[in-house]
Design a protein around this ligand. Sequence first.
Ligand code: NAP
Ligand code: ZN
Length: 351
Amino acid sequence: MRTFGYAAPSPTTPLAPYEFERRALRSNDVAMEILYCGVCHSDLHTARNDWGWSYYPIVPGHEIVGRVVEVGAEVSKYNVGDYVAVGCMVDSCLECDQCHHGEEQLCREGNTGTYCGADRITGDKTQGGYSKHLVVREEFCLRMPEGLDPARAAPLLCAGITTYSPLRTWNVGPGSRVGVIGLGGLGHMAVKLAVGLGADVTVLSRSKNKEADALALGADRLLVSSDSGAMTRAASSFDVIIDTVPVKHDLDAYVPLLDIDGTLVIVGQVGPMQEFGTVPLLLGRRRIAGSPIGGIRETQEMLDFCAKKNILPDCEMIRIDEINYAYERMEKSDVRYRFVIDMASLTAPAT
Ligand code: NAP
Ligand code: ZN
């Protein structure tokens, strides 16, 4: 299937229109027209090759909401016209122990990324959602629940599940004391989801600038992480901290905030971290953990939870030709709180 979108031609070149081929529909595939695609900081890391594994041209985008336009002969769950969604992975082995218990993101053979991956049959490079169409196997397609606004739901597919999964893994519920470091795309979803699960929620931000926003999102308070006095007073007061900071940073400031047996979950920085001391870890039996996205079953559970609780991301809708400007703003943490591309703005290239 011939399609078109926006790709980064190299790590140093702005994204530009790009035409490419999606695979022909297999019997277990769903083809969709993409309606909305969220803009994740991982898209920016990938476009710039921050992690060293990008290829070019690369079409980013893994917060995808669309409408089914065609289904393969063996597809049973979806019909033409259904609202569907796709997140950060499009395939996995589906045979290992992790895949069997619904944790395809932890597939022993590695899951296939929506972009920056290789098709498990042909080896072709995968391309993401800043494009008109997507072909994906049925098992990696999510159903959009009734009542969840498709125009605002896209960020749930990465920012939502990446924060929901650790909240569930570490049993966050009523009475849990949750900290969220960094109020960006992931951070604002962590706040809304933790509040939805009944937790007491504190935003840890670098300044007071986002305090009114944090409270409006449902947080109980904002703690300024550069205020050493306030940080000292908050010692031992969290059960779980979700760390969404997208760069190398100092964990010594945050670990003492955990109560005994508390866990700081890194979901932001992918790569080296600044050296940190182990004394607060040992003395408080505290833990530092990591967490990647979430499984398909859990992603569907999160979408259904959001529909039931009326939880939606705060989106700033953009046209696809504004994507490079959106990246510039994201680099400056100037996003309130997720850019979403309205794909109606993506028109076919002149032939
Ligand atoms: P984002 O919207 O840019 O938000 C990041 C937030 O971190 C900012 O709003 C800012 O909050 C804070 N921050 C930024 N620079 C900082 C610095 N130098 N020091 C301290 N805090 C800083 O990014 P995002 O889309 O939420 O993504 C966050 C990270 O998660 C990215 O690295 C992304 O690649 C990663 N990610 C991981 C997974 C996974 O599976 N684990 C999935 C998706 C994304 P304040 O202004 O409030 O301080
Ligand atoms: Zn993402």
